[in-house]
Every structure is written in structure tokens, then in C-alpha cells.
Design a protein around this ligand. Structure first.
Ligand SMILES: *Cc1c(COP(=O)(O)O)cnc(C)c1O
Length: 362
């Protein structure tokens, strides 16, 4: 059978290499890695690389992905990293070993359900250190909740605290921020009279502290997705040397369905495009353009696509078409040719969520 397009090729060996390298570097600071699979929509072969590469947990924001990993026989502790919905508490207990939490009401429901299912469920309490997504802002309240769980709940085990940065508020995991988290953990430990098992100091952006070698000693768990899957952010945004990680784990391939010389400015009276917008079109005269059989439905935003070949410019897209200027391309594109792209995190999420995109493992 002919290969089908659009096609997302996943290099499993390279992916596993990244898992192992990040696990090793974190391990040298006594840090465990939760492998976050949501960036690839929980693709089970991707999840398997996280498991085989040495991640301590398989983590996702979505229970469906965790269930798929379990059904695929992946034998790791499963972690839910989005605050549970009250409506999914039953499945949280059924499918996961540990969850991140920020509402006492939810933890009470988890306790109740864990008792029904005869289980002990672990929780990490999230502290908001300034990024303003999930977590307790009022740290006194967080300490009180920790004490309440410790003394009042039988089927919930408080195993640690954690934070998330760099998601909504673009806050960096500086040494000071992470030390603040450790201080908070120590306040809780003083109240409980025991040590917490985990202090979870963030996601990929916290790897910057591992690479710098200045991550506070007691941080011992990171939840890493992007830094393993694509390993782009640390390089592109922060210019860190990540030459020991592979950056070609995912490749997008699309098929050319039309090649023609056309004007660069639309001809006729201008209204709105397929999405109700009125873009500005530059007039550069007649240009050679290729039409690709993939569109916003497949990848989200065409501006995020990264053509692998020089001289290719993405002009725009509608739901199922992408329009590319190939006037200056090195290759002489013809109908049926395949164009290749590197991708970023947002694109990866769309591609792996789209049933029109054919995933191939290489
Ligand atoms: C998505 C997510 C992560 C992983 O983020 P990356 O930047 O991909 O490493 C970690 N923790 C939480 C709570 C998340 O939602």
C-alpha cells in the first residue's frame, strides 16, 4: 500500500534516547522524571519510550491517555497532572496512582472514592508561585490542607507538593522561586512532623536549572514533556546547549496537490477569508505556489510550521489546504511530491489529535 499523507513520522529510538538522557541528567541531581505524554496526545508508542527510557511515572492531563497506556500494558505508576474534575473522580482513582491537586473539595471526593474502591491514592498539593494557573495562592491555607489530609483522610496519602511555572504567566523557574517552594515544603514538614517524599519543581523549563547545575537540592521530581519530545524550547528560547538530545523525533510530511504560477495578491473585491478574517496580502507579482493536502484541521496554525527546506514560505491555509510559495525553493516541486516540516509543541498536539494525520514509527 502507498504511504498515506499527511504523515507524522515518529523516531522512537531517538525519542527513547532523549528520555534516557534527561532521566540520567536529572538522576545525577537525585531528581526523578515524570514523563508527560500529553504533547503527543498519549500515543502509546511514545508513552512506551518514556517508560522504557526510565521515567518514574507516566503523566498526562487526560485520563483517556492514561487508560490507553495502561491498556497497552505499560507498567508504570500513572500520574494525572491536571487538577481532577469532580465528575471524573471515579476514573482518577481507577486509573491513576497519583494526582496533582489544588482543591480540598476534590481531594475529599477522591478520598471517598478511593475508600469505595479499596485503594490508597497519592496526592501532590500544588502551590501557585506566581504563574497564576493552578495551585494555592494562600500558602497558609495549603499548609492547613496538608495537615487536614494527614490527620483526617485514610485513603489519601499526601506525598508532596509541587508547582507549575511557565505555562500561563510565563514565569521562570529561578533558583529563588524553587527555593521558595522548598521552604514551603519544609513548613509543611514542620507541621506534620515528617518528611515529604516529593518536591516537584516544574516542567521542561525547570530543566534549565538542571543544565545549569543550580537546582535546589530538595527538588526531586520534574514533570517533563516538551524537553524530551521535541527538545526545542531550551535551545530556541533560552539558547542552552542540548546537543546530547535529538531534535528530529517528529517529522511532518505533506503531499503537493497543485503547482501553479499565480498572482500573489487575490484578484477581485476583498471580503473575509474562510475563518472570517481579512488578512493583508502583499503584491509580489506572479509567483510559483504549491498547494498541500493538509490544513488548519490537521495542525492548527500554519505560521508555526517549520519547512525543512530553504526558500519555502508558508502563505496561509484554510481547513484542508496549505498554500506555500515555492518560487525560491531549491527543489522543483511537482504534483505528488512530498514536503517536509519540523514542528513545535502546539503543532504536535494538533497533529496527534487529528484522525486525518497518519502516524508512522520509524
Ligand atoms: C503539561 C504539563 C507539564 C509538562 O510540561 P512540559 O513543558 O511539556 O514539560 C508538567 N506539569 C504540568 C502540571 C503540566 O500541565
Amino acid at each position: 500500500m502507498k504511504e498515506r499523507y499527511p504523515r507524522l513520522e515518529i523516531n522512537l529510538a531517538h525519542l527513547k534516547h532523549n528520555v534516557a538522557r534527561v532521566v540520567e541528567r536529572c538522576g545525577s541531581y537525585g531528581i526523578q522524571v515524570a514523563g508527560v505524554i500529553k504533547g503527543a496526545t498519549g500515543d502509546v508508542e511514545v508513552a512506551r519510550q518514556f517508560a522504557e527510557g526510565g521515567a518514574a511515572f507516566i503523566a498526562s492531563s487526560r485520563l483517556e491517555q492514561i487508560e490507553d497506556a495502561r491498556n497497552a500494558g505499560i507498567d508504570k505508576k500513572m500520574m494525572l497532572i491536571r487538577i481532577p474534575m469532580l465528575s471524573e473522580v471515579k476514573d482518577v482513582i481507577r486509573l491513576t496512582d497519583i494526582s496533582l491537586n489544588s482543591e480540598l473539595e476534590v481531594i475529599k471526593a477522591l478520598n471517598e472514592e478511593a475508600r469505595n474502591q479499596g485503594k490508597l491514592h497519592k496526592v501532590i498539593l500544588m502551590a501557585d508561585m506566581g504563574d497564576l494557573r493552578e495551585g494555592w495562592w494562600d500558602k497558609d491555607e495549603l499548609v492547613d490542607v496538608a495537615e487536614y489530609i494527614e490527620n483526617k483522610m485514610i485513603n489519601i496519602q499526601l506525598v508532596g507538593i509541587g508547582t507549575n511555572v511557565g505555562c500561563y504567566g510565563s514565569i521562570l523557574p529561578t533558583v529563588e522561586k524553587l527555593e521558595e517552594l522548598v521552604e514551603l515544603a519544609e513548613r509543611i514538614e514542620a507541621r506534620l512532623g515528617r518528611e515529604l517524599e516529593y518536591i516537584s519543581g516544574g516542567a521542561t523549563s525547570s530543566l534549565l536549572r538542571v543544565w545549569d547545575g543550580n537546582i535546589p537540592k530538595r527538588i526531586n521530581l520534574l514533570r517533563v514533556g516538551e524537553g524530551i519530545l521535541l527538545a526545542r524550547d531550551m535551545d530556541v528560547f533560552y539558547h542552552y546547549d542540548i546537543s546530547d538530545l535529538c531534535q528530529d523525533n517528529f517529522r511532518l510530511k505533506a503531499e503537493v496537490i497543485e503547482v501553479k504560477d499565480k498572482p500573489s495578491h487575490p484578484v477581485g473585491e476583498v471580503g473575509v477569508d474562510a475563518f472570517g478574517h481579512t488578512p493583508v496580502y502583499a503584491d509580489r507579482g506572479i509567483r510559483k505556489r504549491a498547494l498541500l493536502a493538509m490544513g488548519k484541521v490537521d495542525y492548527g496554525d500554519p505560521a508555526e510550521l517549520l519547512p525543512l527546506e530553504k526558500g519555502i514560505e508558508i502563505l496561509g491555509a484554510s481547513s484542508d489546504h496549505t498554500i506555500v510559495d515555492v518560487e525560491d525553493a531549491e527543489k522543483d516541486y511537482k504534483v505528488g511530491d512530498i514536503m517536509e516540516f519540523d514542528i513545535n509543541y502546539a503543532t504536535l498536539i494538533y497533529l496527534t489529535n487529528c484522525r486525518n494525520v497518519h502516524i508512522a514509527y520509524v
